[in-house]
Write a protein that binds this ligand. Structure first.
Ligand SMILES: [Zn+2]
Length: 184
């Protein structure tokens, strides 16, 4: 039991450091059907990051986009950035101050190098990230994620979170995934 707690703590610290250094994207494992979320509350700032293989969101992951695929991808990105539609916070008096979404197609630098590994040559991911400012962060009790209805290709969401001195991991398989930050 104690050992597990220590491991979680170490994982959490690493996660937090990665989020701070902006390296979180590269650390995610690309598995079709799965999406990743990282949630960190740091004082009054709540960072929420979502990453998914584009295959889950658009049904393709080709190397070169056709015009219609490009349009489809634009629509995916605008759905992702619309956090009102799929993210809900309970308590904390938090308001959204920054948001962005994008994909590995946007920036050729972030496309996985084909010469390195044949197995992963054609994978692409999309992401959305949000920064909320919370007036009463200690009262933030729950975050719910309802994105699987919009994107049925997402079979499960791997969620890791650090909120105050609490942290946890949730594997979400329901249409709406609730993450409770306060332990009963
Ligand atoms: Zn892929």
């Amino acid at each position: 039991m104690k050992k597990q707690k220590l491991v979680l703590l170490l994982l959490g610290t690493g996660l937090f450091m990665m989020m701070l250094s902006g390296k979180i994207m590269a650390s995610d494992v690309h598995v079709h059907g799965e999406a990743d979320m990282h949630i960190v509350l740091e004082n009054t700032k709540l960072h929420v990051e979502f990453t998914s293989p584009i295959f889950n969101l658009a049904g393709f992951e080709t190397d070169r986009l056709s015009d219609s695929q490009r349009k489809q991808l634009d629509s995916v990105k605008s759905k992702l950035i619309d956090s009102d539609k799929w993210l809900d916070l309970k308590g904390g008096d938090c308001s959204l101050t920054q948001s962005k979404s994008g994909s590995s197609y946007d920036d050729s630098d972030s496309v996985i190098d084909h010469s390195n590994s044949g197995a992963h040559a054609h994978h692409h991911s999309a992401y959305a990230s949000f920064l909320f400012m919370c007036q009463q962060p200690e009262l933030l009790t729950q975050l719910s994620v309802s994105i699987k209805n919009e994107f049925p290709g997402i079979e499960k969401i791997n969620i890791q979170w650090i909120v105050g001195n609490q942290q946890g991991a949730t594997i979400g398989v329901n249409p709406t995934v609730m993450i409770n930050f306060k332990n009963e």
